[in-house]
Design a protein around this ligand. Structure first.
Ligand code: EPU
Length: 358
């Protein structure tokens, strides 16, 4: 059965930990709960609704969100047929922490999710955000996303193609997209060896294991170590992970960025280092936001209780638990201004911001 809490405190339901509350919090487990909720309390779904996963990628701009917050708390995993040719398929409830799914998969020796170890958040949020790290994206393992349409009040399924995945992007994040409460995700993993060790630091962390013997569990462990060395532990320091996206731009604009950067270095009397970027598809390049923030001189920036994490300045942290959303946004703007001054491009938050601008 679903549960309804009026005037709920959400502060502890987000990893940022900035003050937040809502008019109504509804926690559901599965499709039956959503159907019952729609039948019993249609008014809770007809107004403004926000679907919250693990709260690891969201910032409530207003301290009180007037609408309904829907949160899936079902954490089940069930095996389904259809995983032929060394594949294994599972239906996973959207409320399962992603890291629990990674642990389950590597425990069975299955390949596909090991590079996503230690990412905070839940499976439903991972399917919306297309979380990615160390050369893997969650979408690579998604077969289908099952949700409940909050307007038609009917169940609806999205194939992987219909999810329209891209870098930190999906149909569920597209403006004007249907309002969907996700309740489960079907994933497909592989029994066939497919180690992804290309990302800096992972191979090195596994230097004592021959490459043809490495297991998914060992890769997950290496990823945990690499993450722990540079990212804040969400159990200790509030943050929403990377605050900004790495900008993806057409290669044709690189000379303009380069020119802006060179002039900035001259003005600052600083050494002019070459831009850091990766080649992407279709003539696009992905620039490193962390590198730009660092080289533009933002390290050490702080506003109220919000500051940049010293070893990964792409991450804004609630350093002593006192940050408000206003502090975070003030810091965001200061970083954006400085990076724009240096490189002529605007960094875009990857964190979902909810409510009125503060
Ligand atoms: N760098 C600096 N100075 C620093 C830190 C980093 O110049 O102080 C440079 C380094 O040269 C490094 C580069 O920034 O090579 C990139 O850093 P990192 O390897 O940490 O990757 P990222 O592109 O900054 C992305 C994801 C992370 C994910 C890592 C690893 C985004 C927005 N972020 O960060 O995801 O863990 O790659 O795959 O794509 C998240 O989304 O919350 C998240 C943590």
């Amino acid at each position: 059965m679903y549960s309804v809490t009026h005037n709920a405190d959400l502060t502890k339901l987000t990893t940022f930990g900035t003050p937040a509350g809502c008019g109504c919090l509804v926690e559901y487990r599965d499709l039956d709960d959503l159907r019952r909720l729609a039948a019993d309390e249609p008014g809770l779904l007809s107004g403004e609704v926000f679907c919250l996963g693990g709260g690891s990628n969201v910032l409530f701009l207003d301290e009180f969100y007037r609408g309904t917050v829907l949160r899936c708390v079902g954490e089940g995993i069930s095996v389904v047929k259809g995983g032929e040719n060394g594949r294994a398929r599972f239906v996973v409830q959207a409320g399962l922490p992603l890291d629990a799914l990674v642990g389950y998969a590597v425990g069975k020796g299955l390949w596909g999710l090991e590079n996503l170890a230690a990412i905070p958040g839940r499976v439903g949020g991972a399917a919306v955000q297309n979380v990615g790290a160390y050369g893997a994206e969650f979408s690579q393992s998604v077969v289908k996303v099952n949700g409940f349409d909050l307007d038609t009040l009917q169940p609806v399924s999205f194939s992987k193609e219909e999810c329209a995945y891209g870098y930190r992007q999906s149909v569920f994040k597209t403006p004007g997209a249907p309002r969907i409460a996700i309740y489960e995700v079907e994933v497909e993993l592989s029994r066939v060896r497919a180690p992804r060790l290309g990302y800096a630091g992972i191979r090195e962390a596994l230097s004592d294991v021959p490459e043809d013997e490495v297991t998914p569990a060992q890769i997950a462990e290496a990823v945990r170590k690499v993450r722990a060395a540079k990212l804040p532990d969400p159990a200790v320091v509030g943050s929403a992970g990377s605050y900004f996206k790495n900008p993806v731009v057409p290669a044709a604009v690189l000379p303009a960025i380069e020119e802006s950067w060179e002039k900035f270095c001259t003005r600052q009397g600083a050494e002019h280092l070459s831009l850091q970027y990766h080649q992407g598809a279709d003539g696009a390049v992905k620039l490193s936001a962390a590198w730009m923030i660092d080289k533009a001189g933002c390290k050490g920036f702080a506003e109220g209780g919000a500051s940049l994490w010293p070893t990964q300045p792409l991450v804004i942290v609630n350093r002593d638990g006192t940050a408000t959303a206003g502090d975070v946004v003030a810091l965001q703007r200061r970083v954006q201004r400085r990076v724009e001054e240096a490189f002529g491009i605007l960094l875009w938050p990857e964190v979902v911001q909810l409510g009125e601008d503060c």
